[in-house]
Design a protein around this ligand. Structure first.
Ligand code: ASP
Length: 444
């Protein structure tokens, strides 16, 4: 994984990587082991053990109490104590009491939860900067939102670049930025990933490292497949397909800033830093031999609305009219396999059920079909891999594996870019289908 330049790295550490002083010490070792790790983006302290509470969740609770006019000092005290422990155990001089007092008084002037929620990252980053001897650069100085809540990309990229270019080493809090009215705004949950990506893009980093508590992205859901392999290399396109179907490793919005700039992302494990993790980039190294399938992911909860009309293929605009009915009713379609006289629209069952009567009425009125058949409880499974494009017989092997397991395939769809094959099965066959596909010796 060493065949590209890595002179400038932005390293983002997630909540479990920074949950307490011993984790922060591990992180410091990682940062200090490579002088290219110049910009560190930090999350708030996460869970230290299974039933622990994340600082961000404690802050949201605190804000709820505050809005309800209830006493929130107990909750704030608990938060303060967690930071006090960290500060003490790291052996640094940091006045947490004054910081908490400032938060308390600022809170009185804000209604939205964002300011308080952002303080988890703010305090943790200040502490980590002090421990590392790095400069603290507040996200409110360099991450800008438009009035409508979208990121002001141009202002953010140029200001962050300008502010950071002469700072050799800095810690920046993840998760938030500032609105034109000077109020703090957070990204959605898990948003420190997005901050890391924005900083990487702004400083034109060679690599965006995303340090978490797993050794990379897995080629299948470990709750379904026993010990699935870690994906070593994955392209952005493959990642998008797998994430869309439920595989989660990064905040969805974290991909776009770095992808546009061609900066690879490396998912790494703070608790096992010797593991190479997963490298996400536009293309995989030329000399790398990968198996055709990169990963398998899926979701339950789909319905298929199959519309049949003889001589449909001779009619212009039948498909367009059908899809427009779904669009008008705010039900996006996921897949749309077609036959000569049939067309099926695969949709999220919950969304469809909320508009079912209107949609069916409109289909009947506007398209006058011979039959409409609705199948519920469908699961869709995506088999994803750019290697499938040039390999022959992969689809045959996939369908054979499913057939051998005695599973009835209810829908097949191949993406137009040929990098995925989607199989629809009954929800009750979901786990078995994934396992029988995973047994194929085709996974990278
Ligand atoms: N602390 C925030 C959360 O728990 C953001 C993050 O960690 O990325 O969602």
């Amino acid at each position: 994984m060493n065949n590209f330049k890595r002179d400038l790295i932005v390293a983002k550490f997630g909540g479990t990587s920074l949950a307490d002083s011993s984790q922060i010490k591990k992180v410091a070792e990682i940062i200090k082991s490579d002088s290219a790790r110049r910009y560190v983006v930090a999350s708030a302290p996460g869970k230290r053990f299974k039933d622990d509470v994340k600082i961000t969740d404690m802050l949201y609770k605190c804000h709820k109490n505050f809005l309800n006019g209830e006493d929130f000092s107990g909750e704030l005290e608990k938060i303060s104590l967690r930071y006090e422990d960290i500060v003490k155990e790291l052996g640094i001089d940091f006045d947490i009491t004054t910081e908490i007092e400032t938060i308390k008084s600022t809170l009185k002037t804000t209604k939205a939860p964002d300011y308080l929620a952002s303080r988890g990252e703010y305090l943790n980053s200040k502490i980590i900067a002090k421990f590392l001897g790095f400069e603290f650069v507040d996200a409110s100085e360099i991450i800008f939102f438009n009035e409508n809540g979208t990121l002001d990309e141009n202002k953010t990229f140029s200001t962050a670049n300008e502010r950071l270019k002469n700072i050799p080493y800095a810690v920046i809090p993840g998760f938030y930025g500032i609105l034109p009215d000077a109020n703090i705004k957070t990204f959605s949950r898990g948003g420190s990933d997005v901050t890391g990506s924005i900083i990487a893009r702004s400083v034109k980093a060679d690599l965006y490292e995303n340090w978490t508590d797993v050794s990379g992205m897995l080629s299948a859901d470990p709750r379904i497949v026993k010990n699935p392999k870690v994906i070593t290399y994955i392209t952005y396109t493959e990642l998008r397909e797998l994430s869309y179907m439920g595989a989660s490793v990064l905040h969805e919005d974290a991909v776009f800033p770095v992808r546009k700039a061609g900066i690879p992302i490396n998912i790494r494990n703070t608790n096992s830093p010797q593991d190479e993790g997963t490298l996400i980039s536009s293309s995989v190294p030329k000399n790398l031999i990968r198996r055709p399938i990169t990963g398998i992911a899926g979701r339950k909860g789909f319905s298929s609305i199959r519309v049949e009309k003889s001589m449909m293929n001779g009619q212009t605009g039948f498909g367009a009219k059908l899809l427009y009915i779904f669009a008008k009713n705010d039900v996006p379609f996921e897949h749309c396999p077609t036959g000569i006289d049939t067309i099926s629209v695969i949709v999220n069952s919950e969304l469809f059920d909320s508009k079912r009567e209107e949609i069916l009425r409109e289909i009947k009125n506007e398209l006058d079909p011979d039959f409409i058949t609705i199948e519920k409880n469908l699961a869709a499974i995506a088999v994803v891999g750019e290697g499938m494009i040039n390999s022959k017989g992969i689809a045959a092997k996939i369908f054979e594996a499913v057939a051998k397991a005695g599973i009835n395939i209810r829908m097949i769809d191949q993406g137009s870019d040929e990098l995925n094959i989607i199989i629809g099965v009954d929800e009750s066959d979901y786990e078995l289908t994934i396992n029988s596909l995973y047994e194929l010796p085709l996974i990278s």
